[in-house]
Ligand binder design. Structure first.
Ligand SMILES: [Ca+2]
Ligand SMILES: [Ca+2]
Ligand SMILES: [Ca+2]
Length: 386
C-alpha cells in the first residue's frame, strides 16, 4: 500500500513538473474550452409553444392590436427621431409535466435578412452604434413573464379572437377552439397553459421590413421546446427633421453664387447654427427641394434666380430653377444626391445666383423653400459565399 502511494505521488510530480515550468515562460496563452448542454434537444416532455403573436405594447396595456388587418403583425414605427416603439411579444406555453414545469420563455427577433444598417444606426437598447455582422442576425432576445389567468383569457380569447383574429400563429393541431373553449378542454379556461409576454423595443430607425420572431421555452429539466416562428412586418415610415426654418442668403451680387453652408451640429433652437437634416424614418431617405422665384422676376414672368443645394460637404450641388412643376401642376422637387442612412444627421448647403436684379424691383426679396423626402432602398447585406 505504502509503496503504491509513493509511486503515485512520484508520477504526479513528473506529470506536473514540465507544465509548471512552462507556465512561467509564457506571458499569455489561449486555452480551448468546450461544453455541451445536457439534454438540449426536444424531448417528449419538453414545453410546447401553442401560439405566438406580436402586438402594440407595452404588455401592461394588453392591447391585442397591430397596425393592419393583414395576417400576423404589422407594426408602425413612430416616425419621430429618438422615439422608440414598444412591441409586446407573446406566446401561449404549456408542458406535458404541467405548466409549472415551464421555466423560461423567450422571444427572439431577427433583422430582415438582406439589410445592412449603415454607419449612423444606434442600437435601441445599448445606445451604441450597431451594424449587423451577419445578414439577418438576431436583434435581441427578450425574456417573458406570465400574465394572470384572467388577463391571459381576456386578451387572447376575447380581444384577439374577436377583434384581431388573424394576429396569432398557431402550432400544428392548435386553434382558438382548443385554446379558448371550455367544451374543447381549452388550455386557457382550464388554466393548463400560460400566456407569457415581453416588451421589445424597436427603434424609430430599425429598418422596415420582415422580422422573423421565434418564441421558445425551456423547462425545469432543461428541455427546449420547438420554437414557434412567424414574421413581424415593421411598416415603412417617412420622416425627417431639419433644425432651420429659414435660409438667409444675405447680400447677393448679380451673377455671383452666394452659398450658405450648413453644419453637422443639431440646433435645438431652430436656426441658431448652420442648416442640418436628420433621417427619422426606418427607411433610407432622399431629400428633395423646391423653391419659388423669391419675386425676382419681370412682369412677363421671366425669372432671374437659380438655386443649388446639397447634403454633405463632399457631395455635388444639384442646381435647379424656381417654380418647377410636375405635369399635374404640383411642385416638382429636385432630389439631392446624397442618400441619408438610417438616423443619419448631415449638413444642408444652399446657394443662389441672381443673373439680374430688375430695376423696377427694390427688394429685399423673400420666398419659399419646400423640402420633401422619398424612401430609398436599404444598403444590401450580401451573405458571404463561405
Ligand atoms: Ca417538461
Ligand atoms: Ca395584422
Ligand atoms: Ca445645425
Amino acid at each position: 500500500m505504502t509503496k503504491k502511494f509513493i509511486s503515485a505521488l512520484a508520477l504526479v510530480a513528473v506529470v506536473l513538473g514540465p507544465n509548471a515550468a512552462m507556465a512561467t515562460t509564457v506571458s499569455a496563452a489561449t486555452i480551448t474550452t468546450g461544453l455541451q448542454q445536457d439534454a438540449s434537444t426536444p424531448q417528449a416532455s419538453a414545453p410546447v409553444v401553442i401560439a405566438k403573436w406580436e402586438m402594440d405594447g407595452p404588455t401592461s396595456a394588453l392591447t391585442g392590436t397591430d397596425a393592419s388587418c393583414d395576417p400576423n403583425s404589422q407594426i408602425q414605427a413612430t416616425g419621430v427621431c429618438g422615439q422608440m416603439k414598444t412591441v409586446s411579444i407573446c406566446g401561449i406555453v404549456t408542458d406535458p409535466n404541467g405548466k409549472t414545469d415551464v421555466k423560461h420563455v423567450y422571444g427572439d427577433v431577427y433583422y430582415p435578412n438582406n439589410v445592412r444598417l449603415g454607419n449612423s444606426h444606434i442600437d435601441a437598447e445599448t445606445g451604441l452604434p450597431r451594424e449587423v455582422s451577419t445578414c439577418g442576425e438576431m436583434v435581441r432576445e427578450c425574456t417573458m413573464t406570465p400574465l394572470s389567468n384572467t388577463d391571459a383569457f381576456n386578451l387572447f380569447c376575447t380581444k384577439i379572437r374577436n377583434s384581431n383574429n388573424n394576429l396569432p400563429t398557431f402550432a400544428a393541431n392548435y386553434n382558438y377552439g382548443n385554446v379558448c373553449d371550455d367544451a374543447q378542454s381549452g388550455v386557457l379556461p382550464k388554466q393548463t397553459a400560460y400566456v407569457e409576454c415581453c416588451d421589445f423595443t424597436m427603434s424609430y430607425e430599425d429598418p422596415n421590413g420582415p422580422y422573423t420572431v421565434n418564441v421558445w421555452a425551456n423547462d425545469q429539466s432543461d428541455y427546449n421546446s420547438v420554437p414557434l416562428s412567424n414574421t413581424m412586418t415593421y411598416l415603412a415610415s417617412k420622416a425627417f427633421d431639419v433644425d432651420f426654418t429659414g435660409i438667409d442668403y444675405g447680400k447677393v451680387k448679380t451673377g455671383i453664387w452666394q452659398e450658405v453652408p450648413g453644419n453637422t451640429v443639431w440646433a435645438t433652437t431652430a436656426g441658431v447654427n448652420g442648416a442640418s437634416v436628420r433621417n427619422c424614418s426606418n427607411t433610407r431617405l432622399q431629400i428633395g427641394v423646391w423653391q419659388n422665384d423669391m419675386g425676382i422676376k419681370d412682369p412677363n414672368g421671366t425669372t432671374y434666380a437659380t438655386f443649388e443645394g446639397r447634403i454633405g460637404s463632399s457631395s455635388a450641388y444639384a442646381t435647379y430653377g424656381p417654380n418647377l412643376l410636375n405635369t399635374d401642376l404640383t411642385h416638382k422637387a429636385t432630389m439631392l444626391a446624397k442618400t441619408l442612412d438610417l438616423s443619419e444627421l448631415n449638413e444642408m448647403d444652399f446657394g443662389v445666383n441672381v443673373s439680374k436684379f430688375p430695376i423696377q424691383l427694390t427688394g429685399p426679396f423673400s420666398g419659399t423653400m419646400e423640402l420633401s423626402a422619398v424612401a430609398a432602398d436599404h444598403i444590401a447585406c450580401v451573405k458571404s459565399s463561405n
